[in-house]
Design a protein around this ligand. Structure first.
Ligand SMILES: Nc1ncnc2c1ncn2[C@@H]1O[C@H](COP(=O)(O)OP(=O)(O)OP(=O)(O)O)[C@@H](O)[C@H]1O
Length: 256
């Protein structure tokens, strides 16, 4: 799949969707990413966690090819797509035209409608973006990513601005799309529970590198609160510097 690669160096790799070696990105002389190595396997769903400002979006932008002012080696598949927290729809173009935006050639409306149907938005194809709800706009943004048939789907906090119920539905949709499409996904999120719900693997970024890298249980669908997930949740929170209360003692002093 990832034999068709582009990046600063184009050594072909076969089973990996992403291969990053010694990546450094500095702003005004201060490295935000500092010698980072990362391999994502084809078809793997990976969550990227880290405190605010640690460089998650910067890494995603580099992988998306939106930031090339870098040092190091970045190998990514040519077919990749990105969806951001804000859906970034052009208000003067109908939804289906937004979905096709930037695609080469002159793809037909039916191409956009197939992707819109996949995200449950076929009926809003001819609508103007301003008439969509937040969840609908986010789904349109996902359709725009899917229409590119990506081998690598980059998601930068796509659920961050959604209300709790819409967020659960959007998470389910992404899980379904990933299972159907089989592409590698890199999801930037602040939410440890979201990472544990969706991902095969969770990474914590700190000090410009991947400081922690763990597999999540392969069982799906996930049931929050199982001992394995609870332990992993606690480990990830510790890695993120979140102090947790000590487990409550089960022994009670007996009254005299
Ligand atoms: N274009 C830029 N110019 C200068 N500094 C930048 C630029 N883009 C990002 N930075 C800085 O790089 C650091 C990492 O930013 P980035 O957006 O990657 O963090 P993040 O981990 O995604 O944060 P958050 O979780 O808050 O979205 C921040 O200190 C940010 O101010």
């Amino acid at each position: 799949m990832a034999t068709d690669l582009q990046g600063p160096v184009t050594t072909p790799v076969t089973t990996d969707a992403v291969r990053v070696r010694g990546l450094t990105r500095a702003f005004e002389g201060r490295p935000v990413i500092d010698g980072l190595d990362l391999t994502l396997r084809a078809g793997e769903f990976t969550a990227l966690l880290g405190h605010s400002g640690c460089g998650k979006s910067t890494l995603l932008r580099v992988l998306a090819g939106l930031d090339r002012d870098i040092e190091g080696t970045v190998l990514v598949p040519k077919r990749r797509a990105v969806a951001f927290q804000a859906p970034r729809l052009m208000p003067w173009k109908r939804v289906w035209r937004n979905v096709l935006l930037g695609l080469p050639g002159k793809p037909e409306r039916a191409v956009a409608e197939r992707a819109l149907e996949e995200v449950g938005l076929g009926h809003r194809s001819g609508a103007w973006p301003k008439t969509l709800s937040g969840g609908e706009a986010q789904r349109a943004s996902l359709a725009r990513a899917l229409v590119r048939e990506p081998d690598l789907l980059l998601l930068d906090e796509p659920f961050g601005a959604l209300d709790a119920l819409t967020r659960i539905k959007a998470q389910q949709l992404v899980a379904e799309l990933w299972q159907r499409r089989g592409c590698a996904v890199l999801l930037v999120t602040h939410d440890v529970d979201e990472a544990l719900l969706l991902a095969d693997r969770a990474l914590v970024m700190r000090d410009g590198v991947i400081a922690y890298d763990t597999q999540v249980t392969p069982t799906r669908p996930r049931t929050p609160g199982t001992p394995a997930l609870t332990e992993l949740r606690s480990r990830l929170l510790t890695e993120l510097g979140v102090e947790q209360p000590a487990p409550r003692s089960t022994s009670h002093p007996t009254a005299a």
